[in-house]
Write a protein that binds this ligand. Sequence first.
Ligand code: ARG
Length: 552
Amino acid sequence: MLEKIANLLSEAVKEDEVKVFIPENPDFGHYSTNLAFEFAKMREISPDEAGKEIRNKLTHAAPKGFFSRVDIAGGFLNFTLSDETLEKEINLILRQKQNYGRTRKGHKKTVVVDYSAPNIAKPMNVGHLRSTIIGQAIVNLLRFEGYRVIGDNHLGDWGTQFGGLLAAFKKWGSREELKRDPIDYLVKLYIRFNKEAETNEELMNEARMETAKLQKGDRENRRLWKEFVRASLKEFNKTYRRLGVRFSVVLGESFYQKMLPAVVKDALEKGVAKKDDGAIKIALGDEKMPDIVIEKTDGSHLYATTDLAAIVYRVRKWHPEKILYVVANEQALHFSQIFKAAEILKIAPQTELEHVKFGMLLGESGQKMSTRRGEFIKLEELLDRAKEEAGKIDQKSAEQVGIGAVKYFDLSHDRRSDIVFDWNKVLNLKGNSAPYILYTYARLRSVLRKAGPKIKKRLDLSLLRTEAEKKTVRQLVYFPDMVAAAAENYMPNYLADYLYKLANDLNAFYETSPVISVEKNLAESRLALVAAGSVVLKQGLKLLGIETLEQM
Ligand code: ARG
């Protein structure tokens, strides 16, 4: 709707960039614009005159009866949609159901979303959890806007740590233990290795040798490495299954290793990279960030080199309009360097690269989330606890409510800031939480079940005149606008905030507006609103990766 009004306006005044927004205060209509200010400045007339002129032009451009009023207040124009328009829109929800608000904005455009990306032989941490949850929501939102989205799990499955692991496994390793509890076991081996290496220099040499052998394709080492990867992935996949996450591709860092020499060669040939003390560096020519090393003196490559190769590969393979990196704030410098290098190297001239940053998830007292032993808390433990806590609300669907609550808690915050995890908030049935919205949905579904086929869903907006009813109608019509804003800005919290407000309005409506035992036409109209509300809540949550329950 927002876009439709913006288009009508820009058609009316022959301006390209017209900003329309949703006013906080409902007295200012459904939509507003400050276009009259701009217009007044340009034409050197008063904002009031400008407003009137725009309104006149708009009356010709807009379909008859589309607005019930267009008010001029200072430099603002406030638009109120007519009952006819609102009724059409609510009926559209009932007809299109889960497709209400879907667009083709991204038609024929591809976006690659790089998300999750845990590291092999290490437990997934809460940072990876945030990347997974936020990344998946962004994937869903962009698909809803019609984009072809490639969700790519850029696994950390390569690097020097494997040398140590290989050496350790050859000395002390046991296949059985690896099978039993792979990640735990690999972490233990790695810790033991580092500890013994402190007093035994020879071990570090062995590790280096093992890395070199692995990189050269030594059969035994490749086989062991593959086993580590497979075993770790098996555990990650358990978490992904619980979270309902699916990737289009899982191309780890190892996938790009054979392309790295070509990346270095290309950079040297373009004169962008230079040898410096035996290492090869790309000079970024920016005093705010250090140059990047893409090849070390010993000929090995780095995290950054792999990211450059991944850009080259993705651009060639998918011709994306954008590549989004859903990665923690801490890596901001790394991505600025990579993006700058990509620009100088001209490896992605048609592709926008963006770091979709997020803050830390902190424990209840504001410190990094960890166990008593000072390690990262294990994700499975966090999800198990969520299930346990949710069991107090709904025993039958504890897993679903618990996981939904964790996801929603994450997604309802502005991703860029740190958030403090608080079980009371995560599961608060009366506040901005998944359980609250899920419960609201289940209540609506129960009304629909109780009404049964006896009462039809037929909307006559002139019968819905209470404050709660009007607020609900208004809120429902905003759904497509909010989804679009969330998708375009990669901000799932816009959608979460909206769903919370809608749930509040629906609850107020539910409390004050009985469906059973009122006059037939009123009952039918209210039931239509209940149905529309349930459709939007369900689809909204689904986009956030949260499944609804019919009963709670
Ligand atoms: N594996 C990395 C880590 O855990 C994240 C990778 C992010 N993606 C990328 N293309 N660099 O820190």
